[in-house]
Write a new protein. Structure first.
Length: 216
């Protein structure tokens, strides 16, 4: 089951969101992210959060429609997204996609990306923003990248060091390389021969992949 969690960040193009959502997706509204789903005429399967970003009339409408609402106290120790991720796993998700996780408040944007990296989630967790996808690769591991030739791929180390980085199918190769935290060496590579792959021996690597070819 693919779970899609709508987070209370920015969505610039709701047509993109509508195209992304499948009829059989399990939809979770993380507090105010619920409004993104309602904007594209999709009811969430469940809403999770302290509900400080949802109008009271929206909450009433959800309850009237028998949508389960998992309400938490405002002084909770976890963000609404973290609670929604745990709910997705509890409900049997085999894959999780986050939408609306970027934009808006900078602190929330950074926190949302780091939540994906904070632990070794038992299923794939991807952040989708328009034509861009971000996911975390933990070593030892390998990530397969699909998309058109010429699309942009960036690899950003999130641990002190990422060791044994090897690219296949990217224009600027790396072979058993090491990237340290803060390095920009892995930014703006080009997918030359899809499907490409990135393999690492150890560490945590944030990989972003543009689904459109570069204009450069």
């Amino acid at each position: 089951m693919r779970a899609v969690i709508a987070v209370n960040g920015k969505i610039d193009d709701y047509a993109d969101l509508a195209r992304l959502l499948r009829p059989d997706d399990y939809l979770i509204g993380a507090d105010g992210g619920t409004l993104h789903l309602l904007t594209v005429d999709r009811w969430p399967n469940v809403v999770v959060g302290d509900l400080d970003s949802l109008p009271s009339e929206t909450v009433a409408s959800l309850l009237a429609a028998a949508v389960p609402v998992e309400r938490h106290k405002p002084d909770k120790d976890q963000t609404d997204l973290e609670l929604a991720l745990e709910r997705a796993l509890q409900d049997g998700a085999s894959e999780i996609v986050l939408v609306g996780a970027l934009g808006g408040r900078l602190d929330q944007t950074l926190a949302n990306l780091l939540i994906v990296a904070q632990r070794d989630w038992p299923v794939s967790v991807r952040v989708v923003e328009g034509d861009q996808v971000a996911e975390v690769l933990r070593g030892p591991g390998r990530l397969i990248l699909h998309g058109p030739a010429g699309s942009i791929v960036s690899a950003i180390p999130l641990s002190a060091a990422v060791v044994g980085i090897t690219y296949s199918g990217l224009e600027y190769p790396l072979q058993d390389a090491t990237l340290h935290f803060g390095s920009t060496r892995g930014v703006s590579n080009i997918l030359a021969a899809p499907p490409a792959s990135i393999r690492i021996d150890s560490g945590i690597l944030l990989v972003t992949h543009s689904l459109q070819a570069s204009a450069q």
